[in-house]
Design a protein around this ligand. Sequence first.
Ligand code: UDP
Ligand code: MG
Length: 312
Amino acid sequence: MKLNIVIPIYNEEGNIKDLFKELDNSLKNVKYTIIFVDDGSTDNSFQILKDLYNENKNSIKVISFSRNFGKESAMYAGLKAAAAEYTCIIDADLQQNPKHIMEMLNFLEDNEEFDEVAMVNNYGNEKRSQRFMKRAFYRIMSKASGQNTVIGASDFRMMRHGVVEALVSMQEINRFSKGLFAWVGFNTYYIDYSVEKRHSGTSKFKLRKQISYAKDGILSFSTKPLKIATILGTIISTISFIYLLEILFQTIIFGKDLPGYASMMSVILLLGGIQLLVLGIIGEYIAKSYLEVKKRPIFITKKKLGFDEDIL
Ligand code: UDP
Ligand code: MG
């Protein structure tokens, strides 16, 4: 098989058929199989996928989860099932134009030295303020996680099978693909494009989910936050020591009687706050380790279509 296309699906009933049509149109001369991963959709998505599968058994496979495990798990399941020479990941909502798939494929075929092509959103269709916010988000993420992620590079990309194998070999439960793509290395080529408007339905990544996603990214790839305790501890000890010396001078040498209540309270509250903050950060890491140590599966499959053993 030349090409596998992994598509995570969570409540995309209004998009699946049109997406398939667009994909089929733009991939006329390539032998491909689409791996749809239904991430526990609660709408009609699975039924639509089933109908589509029955009409196109040669080019579609479907994996359906027992519940919603999140986009990262859905991508992992799709990559794990991928066996083609090239594998591409694309969203289901037509924000990422399928015409770019051929562009990526042609590039990889012509340029042996590259292992992966990633589409980079230039935010051409976004308002200025949003563009600024999103770029800032990437910059902070990149710095904090210690991974060199390119601004605007998302999951819309195509890789050779070796890259897929490397990604699948990382079996952590807290998956943060933007970091994982950077961490496995390989030679990546970046192509500019503009994300389009969602075809149907609404985004599943609202602001709160985005913030928690950013936090996960930092915690999965960096231990820098743990060092905050050491740094704050050093600074505060130094300041306290100087303050202590001053008090000693004032009382012993100059014989001044210093009122201490207000300054004492503020120091106690400040230190209490910092200690809680640092404990919280340590707690976040312990929670993550706890979840990893349990070694629970990254996803649970309920149904599979098109994965008959003899065909595989
Ligand atoms: N998605 C998923 N599981 C989830 C949330 C999203 O598989 O829990 C899929 C969704 O169906 C879509 C892709 O991930 O194909 C991107 O989601 P969305 O378009 O909502 O994100 P945005 O483009 O707004 O970042
Ligand atoms: Mg989208």
